[in-house]
Design a protein around this ligand. Structure first.
Ligand SMILES: [Zn+2]
Length: 463
């Protein structure tokens, strides 16, 4: 026993010496070796960080914002980024990170993402929506895997890689992680966009979320449709259920619904014929009907009620003629001559299609906008393909930045991926996620290196 332990001690001493010698001889290559072997840059580590973010339950209506904030701040620390947590509204932190550029006079780049997600019906999922389960096909299942924790983390991973490569930005790069997008963004991106803090950032371009693409082309969005939530109310003389007479509330409302349906069909036909994309037409969908006189067993059946109401979700692209639509509502859908009431004030929500300068809220996607050209080139450089730019069919936080006259592009690099935002079993494939990091690396590099001064200040108007 004694001999054995002495032999072991001897061997151990030799091993130690060998290790020492190895480290001395390999020291000239130490930096390369440490980058290659840096465990934080392995695919496993990258996916693990994505999973950690996804595992934080930030579902509305009670998102764990502080947990998400702590996680993002810890990532920022590991990347030596400047950071601050701002509560424009109590308990709803906006996390703002900065990678300082060498020329602070140039307008900066803002990479925006929201930290909240929509709720998930756990029992309808194959894996728990906050477990971030990685299956054998490499799919990461989680609420937020597409919308849009993927993007927030990909920004950070791209910066990690750029930093490791020794890249120095010319323009400052800011990252904002905002709350409440899924409930309108009023306490998040809207407050940020209107703040003094934001003004001081001197932002020149904003990147925000897009959508997954089932084919090989990435999708980019240059505008979005404005929601108009319309309530039409019809009034009429009440009467016996057996009597035929004109101008009952129900009859009046039905005439409106028929008129709305004809308009809806005309817009939908353009999409069906392939002439326009969903985002380019005005959509109208009836979302509620409210009428009838309640009884203990349901509704009174022999009485025609004096009031009837219908609600519509209307979405208008900035390219549409919103004045003519307002006329159509007043003259065809809810004419006072038919005892219909409709006032502008009755809109539950009515977002303007014009920005604060009175121009349609959209970002140019031609040579007049250098940021668009840079994005196209950078995606190509990373071996990605970009589809025809689109109008986002719903709303995102990007509108708060476009409203200020700033260019904003909605872009989530997820090709060959089914669109599962807000759906059961939302997932993103690991390979697609990793590819997206390379795409952002290329974009951030191109944006942060762009040296032209011409797009700052007044000339923002031209964008
Ligand atoms: Zn989203």
């Amino acid at each position: 026993m004694k001999l054995c332990s002495r032999t072991m001690a001897y061997c151990y001493a030799i091993l130690l010496r060998l290790c020492l010698l190895y480290s001395i001889f390999s020291s000239p290559n130490l930096s390369t070796a440490s980058i290659q072997q840096d465990p934080s840059s392995s695919d496993e580590a990258i996916i693990s960080r994505f999973q950690q973010y996804l595992q934080i339950n930030t579902a509305q209506p009670s998102p764990q914002y502080y947990q998400a904030a702590d996680f993002i701040l810890s990532q920022a620390k590991s990347l030596s980024l400047e950071s601050q947590s701002i509560e424009f509204v109590k308990t709803k932190p906006v996390i703002l990170l900065k990678w300082a550029g060498s020329d602070p006079s140039l307008p900066s780049i803002l990479l925006n993402s929201h930290t909240d997600v929509v709720p998930a019906e756990h029992d309808k999922w194959a894996h728990h929506p906050f477990s971030a389960h990685l299956d054998s096909d490499g799919n990461v299942y989680a609420r937020g895997s597409q919308d849009m924790k993927c993007v927030g983390m990909q920004y950070l991973e791209a910066i990690r890689r750029l930093k490791a490569s020794g890249f120095q930005p010319l323009r400052s790069v800011y990252l904002s992680f905002v709350p409440d997008e899924e409930i309108g963004g009023h306490d998040g991106a809207e407050k940020l966009a209107q703040s003094d803090v934001f003004e001081k950032l001197n932002v020149g371009i904003v990147l925000d979320e897009g959508l997954a693409s089932p084919d090989e082309n990435y999708r980019a969005f240059y505008a979005e449709r404005s929601p108009w939530w319309l309530v039409i109310k019809a009034i009429g003389a009440p009467g016996h259920g057996a009597k035929l007479y004109d101008n009952t509330a129900m009859e009046n409302l039905l005439k409106s619904i028929e008129s709305v349906r004809r308009f809806r069909a005309s817009q939908f036909d353009l999409v069906k014929a392939g002439l326009k994309a969903q985002g380019e037409v005005v959509s109208v969908n009836m979302v509620f009907l409210k009428a009838g006189t309640p009884s203990p067993t349901g509704f009174v059946m022999n009485l025609q009620p004096s009031e009837a109401e219908a609600g519509f979700d209307i979405r208008i692209p900035p390219t549409a003629d919103s004045e003519s639509l307002e006329r159509r509502i007043a003259e065809e859908w809810a004419p006072a001559s038919r005892n219909m009431t409709f006032r502008l004030g009755q809109f539950k929500q009515k977002v303007s299609v014009l920005d604060k300068y009175g121009r349609p809220v959209l970002t140019a996607t031609d040579s007049s906008n250098p940021w668009w050209n840079l994005l196209e080139e950078a995606v190509k450089k990373a071996n990605g393909k970009l589809g025809k730019p689109e109008i986002f069919p719903a709303s995102t936080d990007a509108r708060y930045f476009r409203d200020l006259g700033l260019p904003a592009i909605g872009f989530s690099p997820m090709a060959n991926t089914p669109i599962l935002l807000h759906d059961h079993n939302e997932f993103l494939n690991k390979a697609e996620y990793l590819k997206g990091i390379e795409v952002y690396e290329s974009i951030i590099k191109a944006y942060a290196s762009y040296s032209e001064h011409s797009i700052s200040g007044d000339s923002k108007d031209e964008l």
